[in-house]
Write a protein that binds this ligand. Structure first.
Ligand code: MRU
Length: 371
C-alpha cells in the first residue's frame, strides 16, 4: 500500500539476499518509518513477541517466513526435524490469541516434510512462505470487493452525506501483508469515489488506532478522525456512526470473534443503537476446531507496563512516559470475545455471511474439523 507515494507490503524477502526477511518495524510508526531485517528464527520470534510486526494476518505471514529461516538453520543442525519442530513451537506460541500463526506453521510443517533432501525442504519452505503471504494479500483484496457493497448500500441512502464508519485498533494493511481486512472495503469505497469518513478508536494501551490506522488512512487520503476509546457509544447515540467494521484475531466456527480489547463494548453499543456491526476476516482467521469463543479462546495477557506508560513523540524523539502512580498495579488483557449474536455479518474473501455456523459452513464447505 501507499507510503508517501511508494508501494509497500509489510513483509518481503530482501531483494539482494533472499535468506533475509524484511519488515516494516511498526513500533516506531507513525513517527518514524523504519525497515528491519530479520536473519534468524530468534529474531523472528522476538519481532512477533515485541510487536515489531503485529495483526493476525501479518504475524501469520511472519511465522510462515520464520519457518523458512528455520529450515535453513535446520540444515546446519544435527537433527533437521528437532530444530524445525522446536522453531514451530516457538513461532506458534509467540502470540497465542491469533490463530493465523498456528495455521501458517502447520501448513509449513505439512509442506516441508514432502521434501526429500535438505535443499528441497528449504526450497519448499521458501515457496510456501511466499504463497502464504501472497494469499493473505489476495484474500484481503477480495474482502474489500465484498465489503464495499455494504458501504455502497449505505451511501445510496445518505445521498451526498459521508458514510461514517467506526473501526477499532488496526485491522488495516499494517495488520496483514497488504490492504487490511476492516480497511479493505473502506479503501475500495474511497477509490470508487464514495464519500467515506472513518472514526478511528485510539485503542489503548498500545494505540494502534491512533498511531497505525490514522497513519494508513492519512497516506491514502481517506478522511478520518481519531477518537478516544470511550467516544463510540456517544457517536452512535447521536447518529454519527453508520457502520462499524472491525478485524478479528480468531473466529470460531460458530462466529464468535476475538479481537482487540474493547471490541465487545463497541458491539454492545452498536446493538443498542441498531447500527450494523461487521467483522472482516480472511478464512485463515477461522479456528474450525472451536465453537464457543468465551470458553475456548485463550486471551493473551501482556505486560502491565503497556498500560502504565505511553509512548509518543517529544521534540523529535520517541519517549515513554509514566501515566499512573509507579506503585499501582495494572492489568493488560489484549483481546476480548464478541459473541456471534452481536455481529451483523462476517466479511470474508468468499463473501459476506451471517455470524452463525450454518452460514459460515455454507461459505466454507468441508471445514468440519470439529469433533
Ligand atoms: O495486538 P495486535 O496489534 O496484534 O492486535 C491485533 C489487531 O490489530 C486487532 O485485534 C485487529 O483488529 C485484528 S488483526 C487483523
Amino acid at each position: 500500500m501507499n507510503v508517501e507515494g511508494k508501494n509497500y507490503r509489510t513483509i518481503w524477502l530482501k531483494e539482494d539476499d533472499e535468506t533475509i526477511i524484511s519488515i516494516i518495524d511498526q513500533r516506531y510508526l507513525p513517527h518514524k518509518f523504519i525497515i528491519e531485517d530479520l536473519h534468524s528464527v530468534n529474531e523472528v520470534v522476538q519481532a512477533i513477541k515485541d510487536m515489531h510486526v503485529r495483526g493476525a494476518g501479518l504475524i501469520g505471514a511472519t511465522a510462515g517466513y520464520g519457518m523458512y529461516l528455520a529450515a535453513i538453520e535446520a540444515g546446519h543442525k544435527n537433527s533437521f526435524d528437532d530444530h524445525l519442530n522446536e522453531s514451530a513451537f516457538r513461532l506458534k506460541s509467540a502470540r497465542p490469541t491469533a490463530v493465523n500463526p498456528e495455521l501458517a506453521v502447520n501448513r509449513q510443517l505439512d509442506a516441508i516434510v514432502k521434501g526429500k533432501t535438505t535443499s528441497e525442504k528449504i526450497k519448499i519452505a521458501k515457496e510456501t512462505a511466499v504463497m502464504i503471504a501472497d494469499e493473505d494479500a489476495a484474500f484481503c483484496k477480495s474482502i474489500g470487493l465484498h465489503g464495499v457493497k455494504i458501504i455502497e448500500r449505505i451511501a445510496a441512502k445518505k445521498k451526498d452525506e459521508p458514510v461514517n464508519i467506526l473501526t477499532h485498533c488496526n485491522a488495516g494493511w499494517l495488520a496483514f501483508v497488504d490492504y487490511g481486512s476492516a480497511t479493505a472495503p473502506i479503501y475500495e469505497a474511497h477509490e470508487r469515489g464514495i464519500n467515506v469518513h472513518v472514526w478511528v478508536d485510539e485503542t489503548r494501551p498500545r494505540n494502534q488506532g491512533a498511531g497505525l490506522t490514522a497513519w494508513e488512512l492519512l497516506n491514502h487520503g481517506v478522511p478520518h478522525t481519531v477518537i478516544t476509546d470511550n467516544a463510540g457509544g456517544h457517536l452512535m447515540q447521536h447518529g454519527l456512526a453508520d457502520l462499524v467494521i472491525t478485524g478479528a484475531d480468531r473466529v470460531t466456527r460458530a462466529g464468535d470473534a476475538a479481537n482487540k480489547i474493547g471490541t465487545y463494548l463497541k458491539a454492545l453499543a452498536a446493538h443498542d443503537n441498531r447500527i450494523p456491526f461487521y467483522v472482516a476476516l480472511p478464512s485463515s482467521t477461522f479456528d474450525w476446531n472451536i465453537r464457543d469463543g468465551l470458553e475456548e479462546i485463550k486471551v493473551e495477557e501482556r505486560s502491565a507496563d503497556e498500560v502504565k506508560y505511553v509512548e509518543g513523540l517529544c521534540e523529535d524523539e520517541i519517549k515513554k512516559v509514566l501515566i499512573t502512580p509507579l506503585q499501582s498495579a495494572a492489568s493488560n488483557y489484549g483481546f476480548d470475545v464478541t459473541p456471534a449474536r452481536l455481529i451483523t455479518g462476517l466479511i470474508t474473501e468468499r463473501g459476506v455471511c451471517k455470524a452463525a455456523e450454518e452460514y459460515i459452513s455454507n461459505l466454507f464447505p468441508g471445514k468440519n474439523m470439529y469433533v
